[in-house]
Design a binder for this molecule. Sequence first.
Ligand code: GRF
Length: 220
Amino acid sequence: MSKSANKIGVLVSGGGTNLQSIIDNIHLGDCAAEIECVISNVADVYALTRADNANIPRHVISHKNFSHRAEFEQALIDKLDSYDVDIIVLAGFMRILESTFISHYPGRILNIHPSLLPKYSGLNTHQRALESGDSSHGCSVHFATTELDGGPVILQASVSILENDDAQILAKRVLEKEHIIYPKCVQWLCENRIHYQEGYAYFDNQRLASPMQLEQIQSL
Ligand code: GRF
């Protein structure tokens, strides 16, 4: 992407609080993106209501209607490309995406994951952090690659794990951080401040040796 690119498509599967945080930041003028469409692989999720409330076109494409993952991914691509989107934002999208989809949008797919990657890729991250006796936990925004939760991390935010935390309480505290870091990364990708190249994330053309941390970047 050489010029600024701000047309985004958002993929969801659930409540859509991350979608909402991006919608809110756009409305506040803090994120110069335009959400062209929202696609859910599950019908009747609240994320779709959030799209309706914001007058964003939304679609349901159920993975259950396809016998092969590649066909499901092609259906997603066909719909997203009909909106001519520049950037794909995975916001609580609970399907694994493989090469058909990922290779169609090279370096243009962001994902948010509720852990401090590379720790706890996959599911049940909050419970796993608690069971491991960790003192901190958090969330990560990364470029999506074909490796599950394995693409280069751009930005993370941490929370302390407190004595009486259970997975639900901890998830809520992490989610508040997700809602800060995800719109910021969407904004950066729209402005071409971040980019992906050969397995690495770059910020302002500097290769990131390690993920940026929210605490360090408040001024950016
Ligand atoms: C979030 O923790 C997100 O990171 C994960 O699913 C959770 C719910 O997200 N992938 P949302 O409220 O649907 O945005």
